[in-house]
Design a binder for this molecule. Structure first.
Ligand SMILES: [Zn+2]
Length: 294
């Protein structure tokens, strides 16, 4: 499969070239997932094949519905609109023009199939051209859709029912910004952790022993404070803090690292807010006490 999409050129539009590379890999992942046993049976909570940078229109995945948490919003191909601006169209006449120099914008709707929901997600962005090779037709170009906005944004991780509103608000921002700016998405995730620590009664300030004045605690200080009385989640929070810090230097933050951060945060939220262990312990006790007869 890896040979199917090859040969990305260094064009004057280096940005497009970079996108095309990522888009090619994204499609590779999708093809691999559908044709073989997905992800080799790894225990991953987030389906990495759908949170990629670009998609072929025919392979646009379904996403979790942002409203009902039951359905998955699906590509409505009748709503797809793609248009090339005049300045890009004029370039076709220039010497040395290649299809991957084309600039195009697109918009499309995703719809939730649940009868009582029917949520509509508006997706918009650019198209990018990737160079492909086909056994039958040889070299060619394929256009892919590269979303820069999805509204309302599909949740990358589920949020427990009792998630504090400030935590949820920052996570919804992180889901939306994910498509436009990975760094800002990471920053929103980090702010969500700050609000989660507020909810857990971790102070934001402390009295300085030297000056007797109140000083602001850093996120690192607050994590250490929490870890002292609640060991177990310190590592998760520290990892999220680091990803959040990287978010300020977007060039060094990868999509993979950010998805890793969402994944471990999902685990922490389901434990801290959702009470997953306590819930599972109660089920175990119930089965043992009744010998499963209920
Ligand atoms: Zn829905």
């Amino acid at each position: 499969m890896r040979q199917d999409i090859i040969g990305y050129r260094n064009t004057p539009q280096t940005d497009v070239s970079r996108v095309a590379t990522a888009a090619g890999l994204a499609i590779l992942e999708t093809i691999r997932c559908r044709q073989a046993t997905c992800a080799g049976g790894q225990a991953m909570a987030i389906d990495r094949t759908i949170w990629t940078e670009a998609f072929a229109a025919e392979q646009f995945p379904t996403f979790p519905c942002p409203r009902c948490n039951r359905g998955r919003v699906a590509f409505d191909k009748t709503s797809l609109v793609t248009e090339e601006p005049k300045y890009s169209d004029l370039l076709h006449q220039e010497d040395g023009w290649e299809p991957n120099y084309t600039v195009e914008r697109f918009s499309v709707r995703l719809r939730c199939p649940e009868q009582t929901c029917g949520e509509i997600v508006i997706v918009s962005g650019n198209t990018a051209w990737i160079e492909t090779v086909d056994e039958e037709y040889g070299w060619g170009f394929t256009s892919v859709l590269r979303p820069t906005m999805m509204f309302p944004s599909p949740p990358i991780i589920p949020l427990p029912k009792d998630t504090p509103s400030e935590v949820e608000e920052k996570m919804r921002s992180a889901f939306g910004l994910f498509w436009f700016d990975l760094g800002s998405s990471a920053n929103s995730l980090r702010m969500s952790v700050e609000f989660l620590l507020d909810h857990l009664k971790v102070p934001r300030t402390s009295m300085s022993k030297k000056t007797g004045k109140l000083v602001e605690l850093t996120l690192n200080n607050r994590i250490q404070y929490y870890e002292k009385s609640n060991p177990g989640h310190g590592e998760t929070f520290s990892a999220l803090r680091m990803i959040g810090n990287l978010g300020s230097h977007e060039a060094s933050l990868t999509r993979e690292a950010l998805l890793d951060a969402f994944e471990i945060y999902e685990d922490a939220l389901s434990e801290i807010i959702g009470g997953r262990s306590a819930y599972l312990d109660a089920i175990k006790k119930k089965i043992i006490a009744s010998k499963g007869k209920y």
